[in-house]
Design a protein around this ligand. Structure first.
Ligand code: SF4
Length: 483
């Protein structure tokens, strides 16, 4: 590395190698030149379990009333990076948990291989599977599968960070940092909806905030509420983009000895009382493009139907409903909905959970950052797979994907605020911690000569202390210990 110009320091925390003037920060705003010393700008976030106030008898005259006490877990938030990982991680700290000697290796990883799975609770049509998702006009991901009451997006990832134009990489990186830091982001799906998503908040689809997650598909809704409709209706159609349910044809109606109504529904009949493709996907009734529910009713069989037959049409969230009575020509005629039927429609709504967007961060930690933990990286991978090493992200226990590598996944809603940063390579910076027994750390070739107690590690660091909720597993416990 060439020597920095006079009055500057070179930051070697990422491949950009910023030359930083005194009093200024580098391109990512994470490092600054403070009086000629390269300094990580943000404080290290530590988690404190059961923080207590200092007992009165132990107070010193200069006690400032801060929360102290209880075990402390050092997270990677604000810890700093050690690119290109030829040197040990910024913090390798010792601790004890219920008599067990532990080591936690703490760093801020630079992740080129990372992405998000976004679970959007909505029935409304977001776009075709595999459709490109854009942010500020750039491709940043795609629509994946529809799950039960939700649609998934895959956003970010190395392809968009590195495989497109410089602008695509930069916009993708901006989007990923915002998502991880729980900010609202605007997305456009090619051939689909305009979306606003934010971790833990209701999604906004085409300008309308989603309130309810469906109670189930049309068939499930029939099954759940069939008995409550019995005696109050002659037919119910639950309109759904995937499986529209028809009560009297459905197994539930048959088990209740309901006579057929003679209704003929458009679409492809699957099993009795279950219809596919009754309409096109959309933002109308039950995730279809239906605005007039009668548009999916082809006719009534005159040999079965009768004037006065009572028909309820309802969506899978109860947001849409209509009540009809057949006239003498067997045409459904709108009529005031009886109170008993209204109560069941309201109960559908009551059984819908609040719709939210969930932002799951997925990252590959099986690369060079392992060298900051051990001189023989594959032993760390094996240790994680053998459940000897616990992996946490900002203190949050991570799901480690089966198979090769260390591919972790966490819900960003559980991470400390502003856990995510970026570097202009472009890549995402995220905290990661590995905790294991001290003996296991030595066995995997860890940097044991760099282990220091927490108090020593933090002696000269700016620290932000956060309480750790008692109901959550303590991140500083050995792997497999959920207390
Ligand atoms: S962009 Fe990279 S080199 Fe520049 S300050 Fe940030 S971490 Fe350091």
């Amino acid at each position: 590395m060439s020597a920095p110009a006079a009055g500057k320091v070179t930051c070697d925390a990422c491949p950009v190698l910023c030359q930083i003037t005194e009093g200024r920060s580098g391109a990512c705003d994470r490092y600054a030149n403070v009086d000629g010393v390269l300094t990580r700008v943000d404080p290290v976030v530590v988690m404190s379990r059961a923080p207590q106030r200092v007992p009165f008898a132990q107070r010193q005259d200069d006690w400032d009333g801060d929360l102290v006490g209880g075990p402390v877990f050092v997270t990677g938030v604000g810890a700093g990076t050690t690119y290109p990982d030829y040197k040990p991680a910024p913090f390798i700290v010792s601790s004890r948990h219920e008599g067990v000697d532990l080591v936690t290796v703490v760093t801020e990883g630079i992740f080129s291989y990372c992405s998000y799975r976004i679970k959007v609770d909505t029935d409304r049509f977001l776009g075709p599977e595999c459709a490109t998702v854009r942010h500020r006009g750039e491709a940043v991901g795609h629509v994946t599968t529809i799950e039960y009451g939700s649609q998934f997006l895959s956003l970010g990832g190395v392809h968009h960070l590195t495989g497109g134009s410089r602008k695509e990489g930069r916009v993708t990186c901006d989007l990923m940092m915002a998502l991880g830091n729980r900010e609202a982001v605007d997305l456009q799906v090619d051939g689909g909806a305009q979306l606003r998503v934010q971790a833990g908040r209701p999604p906004v689809v085409d300008g309308v905030e989603e309130r309810r997650m469906r109670v189930g598909c049309g068939s499930a809704t029939i099954g759940i509420f069939a008995r409550q409709w019995l005696g109050h209706v002659d037919e119910v159609v639950v309109v759904d983009d995937h499986i529209t349910g028809v009560l009297t044809e459905h197994q539930a109606g048959k088990c209740l000895d309901m006579p057929p109504s003679g209704i003929r529904i458009r679409g492809r009949r699957s099993t009795p009382g279950r219809y596919f493709q009754v309409a096109r996907p959309g933002t109308g009734w039950g995730g279809t493009d239906v605005t007039d529910p009668l548009s999916i009713v082809e006719s009534f069989d005159p040999t079965i139907a009768r004037p006065g037959l009572r028909l309820l049409m309802v969506s899978t969230t109860g947001d849409h409903s209509a009540w009809y009575v057949l006239d003498d020509a067997l045409r459904p005629t709108p009529a005031p909905m009886p109170a008993a039927v209204t109560r069941v429609v309201e109960r559908i709504g009551e059984n819908c959970e609040p719709a939210v967007a969930t932002v799951l961060f997925v990252a590959g930690a099986g690369g060079s950052l392992r060298a900051g933990v051990t001189e023989n990286p594959v032993l760390l991978t094996r240790s994680v797979k053998e459940l000897l090493t616990r992996v946490t992200v900002g203190g949050e226990p991570a799901y480690v994907w089966p198979g090769g590598g260390i591919t972790v996944m966490v819900d960003v809603a559980n991470l400390p605020a502003r856990s995510f940063g970026w570097v202009p390579t472009p890549a995402i910076v995220a905290p990661i911690e590995f905790t294991m027994r001290r003996s296991d750390y030595a066995a995997l070739g860890g940097h044991v000569d760099r282990i220091v107690p927490v108090s020593e590690a933090l002696a000269h660091a700016a620290v932000r202390q956060l309480p750790w909720g008692a109901a959550r597993p303590w991140p500083g416990a050995p792997a497999g210990d959920a207390r």
